[in-house]
Design a protein around this ligand. Sequence first.
Ligand code: PGA
Length: 272
Amino acid sequence: MPDRYDSCVVRPLESRGSTVRIPVIAGNWKMNTTIREATGLVSEMLPSLDRIENIEKVVCPPFISLGAVKKLISGTSIKLGAQNVYFEEKGAYTGEISPVMLSDLCEFVIIGHSERRQYFNETGEIINRKIRAALRVGLKPILCVGEKLEENESGRTEEVVTAQLDSSLAGVDYDRDSIIAYEPVWAIGTGRAATGKQANETIGFIRSKIEKLYGGEIARSMRILYGGSVTASNIAEFVQQPEIDGALVGGASLKAVEFVSMVKQTSQIKVG
Ligand code: PGA
């Protein structure tokens, strides 16, 4: 196989017919931390985090802290992600950050977070363009999907998630390195997480959708995370589920001890 396959983060290990996916815990710091606070937070978690193996640990600070955090984590097992990206390569787009600029700094980029859909009017078409642009320069998207409370209550979760996946991934050659995060909007920042069972069901549904779009091998090896009020106290409930490969964590990722604990618990449950 070509080099590209060899350098994949996820190596599907066929064991007794099942595929082992390397778990991921990603911290979405949102619009929190100054540069000084960001480097302080990373320095605090780094020694413990670096020692935890067989799990991907990703921090996503604000754009302005990416450079400083990158310096701190260089040579460690901690990985860096951005929280957003624009789809044009360069030019007169005041205030925007292009995929090329990010590709020097980070490995991952969160795309289509519900806060961007809600406050910045990001549509499926915009998200689709961002994903294409990110993949073109080798950035690995963490694509977020999830339904609103009223959609959940009216039993439309699968319909909404399907529409989001269809529009975000239209014509996109998504691959096993890309990540999807299922984040029900009603669970984000509310303290009201989904149950492990609910999240597992929807993530299983997303995996079946990915199988239809990209085939069984990619569906079995793609990491799909849960996000929405995940903390050190409830993470076990999610990562015990067979379809859930880790978590995208907001608020609780801003506390070093809690983030390390979530990574440790996930590693113990998933890797043993
Ligand atoms: P939360 O955010 O963990 O604070 O609910 C999750 C997210 O928005 O990714």
